[in-house]
Design a protein around this ligand. Structure first.
Ligand SMILES: Cc1cc2nc3c(=O)[nH]c(=O)nc-3n(C[C@H](O)[C@H](O)[C@H](O)COP(=O)(O)OP(=O)(O)OC[C@H]3O[C@@H](n4cnc5c(N)ncnc54)[C@H](O)[C@@H]3O)c2cc1C
Length: 490
């Protein structure tokens, strides 16, 4: 991919003047849209191609609705294409969740008269192949290196216009801020000012020309996902989980349940893992199976000012701070992305004796002296999720008990991305970074941590740790082979 700066130069905001001129009023704010390849629109094409990659959903999807708008204007059907390929660190657990979600997308699109094709091919190559018959290509936006590289490759040498529509954040990343933010407190006021502009409904646009026969067909069988996943060359040791039912419908059900029962207590109890008030929507957000705007609207309309404000702070400010980090710090996954003060103090304390010393194998197996750490590790490996309060404790202990801060960084990132369903996300890199001082400030000095914020056993006194450990045992039992299938966990 081109260097970061060059990538930004090749992309041009569609803006009002630069909009393709093939459509009238749009439901999508112009600043969500960027032309990645200036090649002409070819109205003689057979369809408008939407290359779906990040926004894996059939509704409340700005890129999809924009493709539908263009197609209506051109008198063409829409074809959605997905390229199934290797994604760094993705496991059988991740592919199972994603593919089940895509099976639902296929069905939901068919109901709207929109075609869907999935092929085992790197997405940019699939785009080049299918673009031959397309009038233009629309894609969604991702912020990680590989997602940027795919889009840069797709734009290179394409002889159709390629338009990117940014639909998995509330505020487009460059509209929110034009630089790498140092903390939530610097980004928060900018985002809050933009909420009213971006928090609005996105009803499905009517599909004027339904997809008929003769469109390209899939070479991937979404009707037998276990077989499909078993045949992928990915880490098969990390298997699917029952705790989270994949897909848009499940995401909406979870949102509805959260709005009804969790949100009211979120302000007060969000720090207590055993209280069950967290939304558990992060896996769905990671795979684009639900829009953050849809979630934020539901939270706002619940008229629970305290819970909603706290929730929106996590969903919008914290989440979009992570996106800001991934976008403006291209080395988001490297130890040297940390602020200089944090690297200096960690280096100064690198030789401090550790109260306990564990390597990755012991940590991953949950074989430490600390039953709360071990329970958190079990929740992660068995169910693919962990509450935020435990994630902080878990990660700070890895820093405290590893031989060096660099080793801790490698271990925390590797475990995070291997086991969490929401791993390999901008939020993964920003939050693992936070363990080491990113987006934070210096605190009183401590052994090993230096002035990076530490976390001791007092954190565990803020909630019922014994109840949490019992819950984890139950959750892990429900994941064991042969356990009864259970309804969605709350
Ligand atoms: C060490 C560590 C590692 C983490 N790794 C990940 C990760 O791999 N993927 C991931 O999505 N989140 C990660 N987080 C952030 C946060 O813990 C999870 O997003 C949250 O726990 C998900 O659960 P929930 O959906 O029930 O959250 P809720 O409490 O219901 O919050 C709602 C939404 O707000 C967003 N959110 C909440 N807290 C944060 C945060 N600190 N940063 C960014 N967004 C946030 C999430 O999208 C979440 O779904 C990590 C946090 C820490 C401390």
């Amino acid at each position: 991919m081109p260097p970061h700066g060059a990538w930004r130069e090749t992309a041009r905001r569609a803006g009002s003047k630069g909009r393709l001129g093939v459509t009238g009023a749009s439901l999508i704010e112009p600043e969500r849209e960027t032309i990645l390849c200036e090649a002409p629109v070819r109205p003689e094409g057979r369809f408008v191609l939407y290359w779906m990659q990040q926004s894996q959903r059939a509704s409340f999807n700005p890129a999809l609705e924009r493709a539908v708008e263009y197609a209506a204007d051109l008198g063409l059907p829409v074809l959605v294409a997905f390229g199934l390929t290797a994604f760094p660190e993705a496991t059988a657990r991740h592919y199972d969740f994603m593919l089940r979600g895509l099976a639902e997308v296929r069905t939901a699109l068919a109901r709207r008269g929109i075609g869907f094709v999935i092929r085992r091919e790197p997405p940019h190559r699939l785009v080049h192949r299918l673009a031959e018959d397309a009038a233009l290509v629309v894609c969604d936006r991702g912020y990680l290196r590989i997602q940027r590289a795919w889009r840069a490759e797709a734009a290179k040498g394409l002889n159709r216009r390629l338009v990117q529509v940014e639909g998995d954040v509330v505020a487009p990343v460059e509209t929110a801020s034009d630089h790498h933010e140092i903390a939530a407190r610097t980004l928060r006021p900018k985002l809050l000012r933009l909420l009213d502009r971006y928090l609005h409904d996105l009803p499905p646009r009517p599909v004027a020309h339904p997809a008929g026969p003769g469109l390209p067909v899939s070479d991937v069988d979404l009707d037998d996902i276990p077989r499909l996943v078993a045949g992928l060359r990915v880490d098969q040791a990390v298997g699917p989980v029952r705790r989270f039912t994949p897909g848009e419908t499940a995401a909406r059900e979870r949102l509805a349940a959260f709005a009804q029962s969790g949100l009211a207590r979120y302000g007060e109890d969000r720090g207590r893992p055993e209280a069950g008030v967290a939304s558990q929507l992060s896996p769905y957000l990671h795979f684009g199976q639900i829009s953050p705007v849809e979630i934020a609207l539901a939270a706002r309309s619940a008229e629970l000012p305290d819970g909603a404000a706290k929730y929106l702070d996590e969903l919008v400010v914290r989440r979009e701070l992570a996106v800001n980090h991934a976008w403006y710090a291209p080395h988001y996954d490297r130890f040297d992305v940390l602020p200089a003060w944090a690297r200096r103090t960690l280096a100064a304390h690198a030789g401090d004796p550790r109260p306990h010393l564990y390597g990755r194998v012991q940590l991953e197996a949950g074989e430490t002296h600390d039953p709360d750490f071990n329970a958190a590790m079990l929740e992660m490996t068995a169910t693919g999720y962990m509450h935020n309060a435990l994630r902080m404790y878990w990660g700070k202990k890895i820093l405290q008990w590893s031989a060096s801060p660099e080793e801790a960084w490698e271990t925390a990132l590797a475990l995070n991305n291997r086991w969490f369903l929401d791993g390999r996300d901008p939020s993964s890199f920003a939050n693992v970074g936070w363990l080491f001082g990113l987006h934070d400030r210096p605190w009183g000095p401590q052994p090993v941590f230096g002035t990076v914020r530490s976390m001791g056993p007092n954190v565990l006194k803020k909630f019922d740790a014994a109840a949490y450990r019992r819950q984890v045992s139950e959750l892990a039992r429900a994941e064991a082979p042969g356990a009864e299938p259970r309804p969605q966990a709350r």
